[in-house]
Design a protein around this ligand. Structure first.
Ligand code: SAH
Length: 340
């Protein structure tokens, strides 16, 4: 629009630090310019159509896009910060057998604006109700609450929508943007090897998680069709190059499924597989999804699996599942709503 560059700074501050919901709220801009911007650019923040409050503090938001599609994002509070889990696609094309997101395939990619919009919706929710007069003064350092961690573990496969996801994460990470540190942003992939390769060349410090879920190809291919395209050996090689290139250690996610991959022999096999790799392992007890037969192992099996890996000196955590009463696992809320 031929405006001086400092206007861009005012817009970025208004949008990503003061979380303006409309152009009119960015009072650092002249009124005429606000009107002109409103004519040309919709801010279109996603509409929050439903908030599920779980008894353990987890909140799940169902958001409506402009075209009516529904996506979900989850806020997980801990002692000192909120972790937000964000979606990257409506649905998912990868069809992991235990996951609700892929149940109906991939409808479409989210735009970078929609992905950032998920975080804006969370910020709006976290914002304390303050009278107009107490709103941040133009130029004052904003102190509005925002998520401390972002995990790209909601609906969709981030590397199947690579450009939009990276564009959104750069805005979330930028000091002038939402200003969430790169080490506090985690991308999770089901194992899309070209995406991992591409990320390793970006010069970014985001955390990378890879969904492994099985210690051998036969087992992995049964629950993750992606494995027939990029089998375990190729996946692990790519992760090793990623670490070599970036100096960042990869976390392998391993969803524990009762009697499928949770037995002591599976732990042994996983230890042999990962022994020579610098990595971390995050064990996730399955969150059962209606319509498939997979079950969650009991706590004893999960703890025994954790113990075996720790004894083998593999840095391992066991995720405490929260938000169960709000269907907070990947894609569950949207699936529920679709089923009525
Ligand atoms: N597509 C990406 C990110 C989204 S899913 C990926 O696959 O990594 C985030 C994590 O949740 C993945 O490890 C996924 O396998 C896991 N997950 C999906 N459904 C689950 C369920 N019902 N119970 C436990 N973990 C699940």
């Amino acid at each position: 629009m031929g405006l001086p560059a400092f206007r861009a700074g005012q817009i970025v501050t208004g949008l990503y630090q003061n979380f303006a919901q409309s152009w009119q709220e960015i009072t650092t801009l002249p009124a005429g310019l606000r009107d002109a911007l409103a004519e040309r650019f919709t801010l279109a923040p996603l509409e929050t159509v439903h908030i599920h409050d779980s008894s353990d503090g987890v909140q799940k938001l169902l958001l409506a896009c402009e075209d009516g599609e529904r996506i979900e994002t989850v806020l997980i509070p801990s002692r000192d910060r909120v972790t937000q889990c964000i979606s990257t696609q409506v649905g998912c094309a990868f069809g992991c057998a235990f996951c609700a997101s892929g149940a109906a395939g991939c409808v479409r990619d989210l735009t970078s604006g929609e992905i950032v919009g998920e975080v804006m919706a969370a910020c709006a929710l976290m914002r304390p109700p303050v009278p107009e007069a107490a709103a941040p003064k133009p130029g004052a350092k904003p102190v509005l609450p925002r998520p401390g961690n972002i995990v790209v573990m909601g609906m969709g496969e981030p590397f199947d929508n690579y450009d939009n996801v990276l564009r959104a994460l750069r805005i979330l990470n930028d000091q002038k943007g939402v200003n969430i540190g790169a080490r506090h942003i985690t991308i999770s992939t089901c194992g899309v090897v070209p995406g991992i390769r591409r990320l390793s060349g970006e010069g970014l410090q985001f955390e990378l998680s890879v969904s492994l879920h099985a210690p051998n190809d036969a087992l992995r291919s049964r629950i993750m069709p992606v494995n027939t395209r990029w089998p375990i050996a190729e996946l692990l090689d790519t992760c090793a190059s990623y670490t070599e290139k970036t100096g960042r250690v990869v976390t392998f996610e391993y969803t524990l499924v009762k009697d499928f991959n949770d037995r002591p022999q599976h732990a042994d096999e996983l230890i042999r597989l990962l022994r020579r790799t610098a990595c971390k392992v995050n064990l996730i007890p399955l969150s059962p999804v209606e319509g498939n037969a997979f079950e969650r192992p009991d706590d004893r099996a999960c703890l025994a699996f954790l113990d075996a890996l720790l004894k083998a000196k593999i840095s391992t955590t066991l995720r405490k599942s929260r938000g169960k009463d709000v269907n907070a696992a990947c894609g569950q809320l949207r699936l529920r709503k679709m089923q009525g």
